[in-house]
Ligand binder design. Structure first.
Ligand code: ZN
Length: 183
């Protein structure tokens, strides 16, 4: 297993639409294992493959972060894998949550999203599964699925706020690359 490097906005790779997984094979499972190791280290709610430069439609969620009544399968593995996740229905009720994102360092964004959603996906054995997610878990699934379509939380901001946030991120990125390259 290997820990993977995160991409940070602005990076054109974060804006691409990821491709569907056609065959859940050992190569795919290895990438998922690396994603799990990365998320375990980061201690976050979830991770989407394009955030670590894998342009495949795969997300993982760390189930230990979600209350048991939010729809996480009980007794399953810690890291819930969703391959080719598709949100098939959403509640009309929306709630707003300040969402953090590993691709947007130090940039929490308040996003209004449906409170519940239904998602269909393949598991690591290639079997189709469906679950109904609520609350924080539902937000996490929707946030990660957005990544697969090249959508980030800052896209929900007004154009002006988005521009200002992007400027901040560019400065932050420049600063961190200078720090890295200095002796
Ligand atoms: Zn994110």
């Amino acid at each position: 297993m290997a820990r993977l490097k995160l991409l940070h906005e602005p990076d054109p790779r974060l804006r691409r639409v990821s491709v569907a997984v056609t065959n859940v094979d050992n190569a795919v499972r290895q990438e998922l294992a690396d994603m799990k190791e990365t998320l375990e280290h980061l201690e976050g709610l979830g991770l989407a493959a394009p955030q670590v430069d894998i342009l495949r439609r795969m997300i993982i969620c760390d189930t230990k972060n979600f209350p048991t009544d939010e729809g996480v399968p009980s007794g399953g593995p810690r890291f819930l894998v969703m391959i080719n996740p598709k949100i098939t229905s959403r509640s009309s009720e929306q709630t707003t949550l300040e969402e953090g994102c590993f691709s947007l360092p130090d940039t929490p964004v308040a996003v209004a999203r449906p409170e519940t959603c239904k998602v269909t996906f393949l598991n690591e054995d290639g079997a189709t599964q469906t679950l109904q997610a609520r609350g924080l878990f539902a937000k996490c699934v929707q946030h990660e699925v957005d990544h697969l379509d090249g959508v980030l939380t800052i896209d929900y901001l007004s154009p002006l706020k988005k521009e200002l946030t992007l400027e901040k991120l560019i400065k932050l990125k420049r600063k961190s690359s200078t720090t890295l390259s200095s002796p």
